[in-house]
Design a protein around this ligand. Structure first.
Ligand code: PLP
Length: 323
């Protein structure tokens, strides 16, 4: 089977770069650390000195809760949980039902996906006070940080207002002031200030410009053969050779999370031919091993999708090795 190599040096380079903006990092490791392997990836984060992470659900939190000081669950369950686990509150209804004492309150400043409305802020704070919950953080999320539209600045200004109102409420009621966090990867360099913590995902993994790729996918050859001119390879003979050539069949396919393709695909040192199979693909040339990609920013150009989508779908079955 293919192997995923995780480049620790590049990850640390990315974390250094993020730290220059704000060294207080809530590393986003949802969805199996964007496909990198949540446990292996978390070990590298801990080695770097990351103390707090955000992830998707209670299942993921259980896997890494002993590694970090605080684990924030974006879409938590309804149970009570360990003290170093914080639940993100995404609506007033959830807040009213919530029984877990440690929370981060999410505010909808313009994305309209989840979070309480700004008009509901004081009502939410009253509920938190009455239920004696520990408000650890207040945050929001950008809809358009990868664009140059005014949205990011508008949301930033709204979040400043939210912060002022929260601080005022906490002072008046003798509550601890929570920490505030707003910036995802694309917003890191765009904001006048980044508040207490930043919340990067894709930048850490090197899926945007300016950051180095962490994931390399390498496949092993299953078999090789020589084909003559005008022979087809793979399902429906989608590739027909125009010359005599050697082809190598390698052990990774769409069953491992590579996007389906029917007309070949550019790889780092060669090209895949014709249709990808479930557990294999056929590449041009005589290889024992083939790098499928070592920079997702290049590989994604083969497909009509985003780097996140390629990374996150890498099958958990594939072995992850730090190197
Ligand atoms: C996924 C996510 C992030 C990280 O976003 P990137 O674009 O990968 O930096 C940050 N905050 C929230 C709420 C998220 O869901």
């Amino acid at each position: 089977m293919a192997t995923i190599y995780l480049n620790k040096k590049n990850l640390f380079y990315n974390l250094d770069k993020i730290s220059q903006v704000n060294p207080n990092i809530l590393a986003v490791i949802k969805d199996n650390a964007y496909g990198h392997g949540i446990i292996t990836f978390s070990k590298m984060l801990r080695e770097y000195g990351i103390k707090k992470v955000c992830l998707r659900n209670n299942f993921e939190a259980e896997l890494v809760k002993d590694i970090f000081e605080e684990v924030i669950i974006f879409y938590p369950g309804t149970n009570r949980n360990a003290k170093n686990i914080s639940y993100s509150i995404n609506s007033l209804i959830q807040l009213k039902k919530n029984r877990h004492p440690y929370i981060h309150l999410k505010i909808d400043t313009g994305m309209h996906r989840n979070g309480i409305l700004m008009e509901e802020l004081e009502e939410a704070l009253e509920i938190i006070k009455k239920k004696e919950l520990e408000l650890r953080g207040v945050f929001s999320h950008f809809c358009c940080a990868d664009e140059t539209t005014p949205d990011t600045f508008i949301q930033y200004k709204r979040f400043e207002e939210v912060r002022n109102r929260v601080i005022e409420f906490c002072k008046k009621n003798n509550l601890n002031i929570p920490y505030f966090h707003l910036a995802n990867s694309e917003a890191l360099l765009k904001l006048p200030k980044t508040f207490d913590y930043v919340r990067p995902g894709i930048a850490m993994y090197g899926g945007i410009d300016g950051f180095k790729p962490v994931m390399k996918l390498v496949a092993k050859t299953i078999s090789k053969r020589k084909i003559t001119s005008l022979q087809g390879v793979g399902y429906n003979k989608k590739f027909i050779s125009s010359k005599d050539m050697t082809v190598s069949t390698v052990d990774v396919g769409y069953g491992d999370g590579i996007p389906y393709f029917t007309n070949g695909c550019e790889l780092k040192e060669t090209q895949a031919l014709g249709k990808i199979s479930m557990d294999s693909m056929i590449v041009e040339g005589d290889f024992d091993e083939v790098i499928i990609f070592d920079d997702v920013k290049e590989f994604v150009k083969n497909f009509n999708t985003i780097t996140y989508d390629i990374l996150v779908k890498m099958s958990p079955k594939i072995k992850r090795i730090i190197n």
